[in-house]
Design a protein around this ligand. Structure first.
Ligand SMILES: C[S@@+](CC[C@H](N)C(=O)[O-])C[C@H]1O[C@@H](n2cnc3c(N)ncnc32)[C@H](O)[C@@H]1O
Length: 391
């Protein structure tokens, strides 16, 4: 056994012990690495990969000791690439060349008591149409990084990526898939001029296809955050009037910056807590379209934050459902008759998706024009839900 790999295993176990209730790896790992200055950047990369992979196992094999679970995670997530597995568990590494589906079947048949369904304890909440086995298998693959290129900028962006040897996949006219971890800020420093693209997941881009704004429309992006959806709306139809709002002031400051970088100057902005009736601020506003990208469990994005699989508690789903219904009720009255409310979540749970649509249809007399669970799990992307509801 090699010392190097044993040391890495010990580091991993120390981190796991220090943070048994990890809720956000991307937030605590840099702090941990700062405290342990003796770790070189290679070790840091390895430790962080091991942790992410470990969490991808979710609740599977939870009775095994962490070092054993880690080996299974490496086998599934890295396969042949895991020198760590090669060094510490050669008997499993012997099967590491198999494709992912076969590696899963191998573990299910072997002595580890691995069951794919144990990975994710919320399967009875999944929206209609989620193919269980493909969905669960996707947890062992790192999703890609997607960008939406601004109109007319494709050539320049693609040339720059090629020049720098970045391998990318074009998924449609405006969307490229890049390897996760691609250093876009280095490749495209802001100082080079206006921004030419947005980082936006493929499924989020597809949700934008439901907007369909018309010239001179007045739209409201009610939970705009840093404006990912608003920017997409603008690129579809620059001749709109737009109100953006969110409960968080600081995230709207990010929106200002993104809009400025995209060269967009005219829009209205309000800080609004939409659990309360906003009539005082919005008076008799009436919109031609409202985007409600609601706060949600985010369960369609856990491929990017696998630590949440084992930290999440099912009772939180109904809390989000209540919040979503309350917010929807407070925005829908500002919609003109015959116009769309585009309800979006990045959740795969039916309570936040089709059950909420049923509720909105019933409570506010809306009509479903279209709705879709946008499956990202078979495209190395997030999964989202979108419904276009007409008042
Ligand atoms: C899914 S995110 C929106 C993402 C955004 N549309 C985008 O494309 O980048 C949901 C947003 O809802 C906001 N939010 C949460 N509770 C809210 C409330 N009570 N009223 C208004 N906004 C709220 C959050 O601050 C968060 O930015």
């Amino acid at each position: 056994m090699s010392n190097k790999y044993e040391n890495q295993l010990r580091t991993f176990l120390r981190i796991l012990e220090a943070y048994p209730k990890t809720t956000q790896l991307s937030r605590f790992l840099p702090g941990y690495f700062r405290e342990h200055k003796q770790m070189g950047s290679g070790d840091r990369r390895t430790a962080s990969r091991l942790l992410y992979n470990y969490h991808r196992l979710g609740n599977a094999c939870s009775s095994l000791p962490p070092e054993e679970r880690l080996m299974l995670a490496e086998f599934l997530c890295e396969g042949r690439e895991s020198l760590f597995l090669q060094s510490l568990k050669p008997e499993l590494y012997a099967y590491a060349d198999l494709p992912l589906e076969k590696r899963i079947s191998y573990l299910e048949g072997a002595e580890y008591r691995f069951s794919l369904e144990d990975v994710y304890p919320f399967t009875n909440h999944l929206s209609k149409g989620v193919e269980l086995r493909s969905f669960l298998t996707s947890f062992f693959e790192q999703p890609d990084l997607f960008i939406r290129i601004h109109p007319g900028r494709s050539e320049g962006v693609e040339a720059k990526l090629s020049e720098n040897g970045v391998t990318y996949r074009r998924t449609n006219e405006h969307c490229l898939a890049l390897p996760n971890g691609t250093k876009l800020d280095h490749l495209f420093p802001e100082s080079m001029g206006k921004r030419q693209f947005e980082v936006q997941d493929l499924s989020s881009q597809r949700a934008g296809d439901f907007f369909k704004p018309l010239k001179y429309d007045y739209w409201w992006d009610a939970c705009a955050a840093s404006g990912g959806k608003s920017l997409h709306l603008y690129h579809q139809q620059p001749d709109i009037k737009l109100l953006v709002s969110d409960i968080r002031e600081n995230i709207l400051a990010n929106l200002d910056e993104r809009f400025a970088n995209a060269g967009i100057k005219t829009y209205q902005k309000k800080i609004l807590d939409l659990t309360k009736d906003p009539s005082l601020f919005l008076n008799s506003y009436q919109f031609d379209g409202i985007i409600l990208d609601a706060p949600c469990t985010g369960s369609g994005t856990w491929g990017r934050s696998p630590e949440l699989i084992s930290q999440f508690e099912a009772r939180q789903i109904l809390t989000f459902q209540r919040l979503q219904r309350m917010i929807a009720g407070n925005v829908v009255k500002f919609l003109k008759e015959g116009k769309p409310l585009v309800y979006i979540t990045c959740s795969v749970f039916k309570e936040e998706n089709e059950a909420n649509v049923d509720y909105l249809v019933e409570a506010y007399n809306l009509k479903i024009e279209s709705m879709e669970l946008i499956k990202g799990y078979d495209r190395r992307a997030d999964s989202m839900f979108v419904a276009r509801l007409i008042r």
